[in-house]
Design a protein around this ligand. Sequence first.
Ligand code: NDP
Ligand code: HSE
Length: 434
Amino acid sequence: MMRTRPLKVALLGCGVVGSEVARIMTTHADDLTARIGAPVELAGVAVRRPSKVREGIDPALITTDATALLKRGDIDVVVEVIGGIEPARTLITTAFENGASVVSANKALLAQDGAALHAAAEQHGLDLYYEAAVAGAIPLVRPMRESLAGDKINRVMGIVNGTTNFILDKMDSTGAGYQEALDEATALGYAEADPTADVEGYDAAAKAAILAGIAFHTRVRLDDVYREGMTEVSASDFASAKRMGCTIKLLAILERAADGESVTARVHPAMIPLTHPLASVREAYNAVFVEAEAAGRLMFYGPGAGGSPTASAVLGDLVAVCRNKLAEATGPGESAYTQLPVSPMGEVVTRYHISLDVADKPGVLAQVATTFAEHGVSIDTVRQQGRQDGGGTEASLVVVTHRAPDAALSGTVEALRKLDTVRGVASIMRVEGE
Ligand code: NDP
Ligand code: HSE
């Protein structure tokens, strides 16, 4: 039976994502009503700059007093698309205190304070949904939280930041410079307000923390995720990658240890073979592999950023949360019963591509090889090339290792830097997906 009294929605934020949420709520109102079983009404829109023209939004709905909007007493669902920690955290808490369920796209906040926010939702018997916080439009949070709830996820590997994938793709395919590609990503609405979050890997690390928590039923905070950005990736790294039949992607990798007693979570640029499905993920698209014990390997692929794709995920949550409201029920809350420790990066085992500038003279190769051996790192391939700019006295040495613990590789590099014959360590990159 259709309920005629509308469910009232407060929209906090009306920027890249929020404006699209409002547009779809208006243009698809009849479909949303039919799918939910009651009309949904945009009851207020909180912003920072009230005088800004917002197409398709009744100016009477605009307010700068988000708290007053939440305290009106008739709001059923709050959509938080402001971003950042404050005032978003306080506003979400206020929403729960005033009986509203929350849909948020805020990965930074969820990665930092997800446990407390889940606890507040549970305490008040309300929902906290956040499909849009990870990988834009791609249905990933709900499949992992619900469809795979009966399976055991052992590994998640993916591209979860659209801006950096866009930049790396442009650098690789068109030879564009870093800044040029970043400016284009910003103009398209992919980059965060401060692009540092994207290019330094904080955005991907926040998403990695959220996914790791869901995948392994444990609490993984932003600080637990090892993070390296992609600002140091150069044209010569891409040239090296090409020689190996690889490209470079910023990856989030979450793994359950073989003994099942701990997990690792990391974000860093890595070389992956051109034959790997992630290598063909272009522009601002995201893709995530989930490896589950019974299901095997699943791949989720789609637009990972941008107003309209992200609004699609927000609207999906809005429909789910509204349905729960009508049923006087709630969806799944936090599942963190395993309480697994997060191991440090030093314990991660993978392969490495190391590019060294060395003196081109007898014994150097042996010295370098000995240093790797002394640290227990086995060499797979070595390629040496004399450098034109070194006047015949210098060479580039590229070493690709077999799998080794990250701590052993760090020790090797530290020792290499101390050798007189090693003029510099030009780049170190992990090799994944083989
Ligand atoms: P924008 O910066 O485009 O929009 C932020 C909105 O919040 C603006 O409308 C702004 O108002 C409003 N706002 C800022 N401060 C306040 C405040 N104190 N009180 C009320 N309103 C405020 O951000 P996005 O839309 O890009 O991102 C929103 C969220 O969605 C973030 O958490 C982001 O991480 C997440 N997200 C974004 C994606 C994307 O592709 N952009 C993809 C996935 C998730 P005003 O308009 O007046 O400036
Ligand atoms: N800035 C983010 C990205 C938005 O580029 O992926 C989507 O979360």
